[in-house]
Design a protein around this ligand. Structure first.
Ligand SMILES: NC(=O)c1ccc[n+]([C@@H]2O[C@H](COP(=O)([O-])OP(=O)(O)OC[C@H]3O[C@@H](n4cnc5c(N)ncnc54)[C@H](OP(=O)(O)O)[C@@H]3O)[C@@H](O)[C@H]2O)c1
Length: 207
């Protein structure tokens, strides 16, 4: 059976997966780019980047993925549902190259992009969205892309097989939390931690 994976999901020390005040100008709200500075410094992101621990984790994002499921809050800034022209943050050739299922209570027709990415908009419970994505992934794994709200739903429903969380040494104080309502989640997984010289800690939760 294909697995459900999360990669490179970055949280602050106080557990926020995005900052407060998301907008078109500030996709991560007041967090700015601080949650992903570790990743932008890697070769995975930039050919001139580093090739150490952070890169080894970051590049596991791609292989073996046949579909992604993301939340409406990742696909666009608040209110994108009112803009019929909005096609995501990523330009004409988004970096997914697979079907992508965008969870929203206001679905619209699919958007076929260059490079093999098609955005499908679905109003469904996590288990039902996963069944559709699994069919499309054709035996490959399904990535849960976040943000925090939808990832929390998938974790609460017990649907995630491998979770890679990157704990970034910043305190955000406000935003959208990942862990709320997930008490004792760790009991369902083998948990490993690897600390990187960059200051982040890579935590993996594997069934
Ligand atoms: N830290 C990281 O590594 C990381 C990774 C990815 C994204 N992000 C950031 O996280 C932020 C977005 O996270 P978020 O928590 O605000 O939002 P989110 O999890 O991306 O999306 C939540 C929204 O998705 C829709 N949704 C969720 N479950 C649904 C269901 N079962 N059925 C139908 N619709 C459903 C709802 O939107 P509707 O209002 O349309 O119904 C809901 O408000 C962005 O700032 C993004 O940049 C961070």
């Amino acid at each position: 059976m294909s697995r459900v994976r999360v990669h490179n999901f970055s949280i602050s020390l106080d557990g926020f997966g995005t900052g407060d005040g998301q907008s078109f100008e500030a996709p991560f709200g007041h967090a700015g780019q601080r949650l992903h500075a570790w990743m932008f410094a890697t070769r995975f992101w930039d050919d001139a980047g580093t090739a150490g621990v952070d890169n080894a984790f970051a590049e596991r994002h791609e292989p073996g993925i046949g579909a992604e499921i993301m939340g409406a809050g990742k696909f666009g800034p608040p209110g994108w549902q009112d803009d019929p022209e909005w096609r995501g943050w990523w330009g004409p050739n988004p970096p997914f190259h697979t079907p992508v299922y965008v969870l929203t209570h206001r679905p619209r027709p699919p958007l076929e992009m260059d490079g093999g990415t098609t955005f499908h908009f679905v109003d469904a419970e996590p288990v039902d969205a996963l069944a559709v994505a699994r069919e499309a992934a054709d035996g490959q794994d399904i990535r849960i892309g976040g943000g925090a709200t939808m990832l929390r739903e998938f974790l609460a429903a017990g649907l995630v097989d491998h979770l890679h969380v990157v704990q970034v040494p910043i305190v955000l104080g406000r935003g959208v939390r990942l862990w709320d309502g997930l008490e004792a989640l760790e009991e369902q997984y083998d948990v490993e931690a690897v600390s990187s010289p960059s200051g982040v800690t890579h935590l993996t939760f594997t069934r």
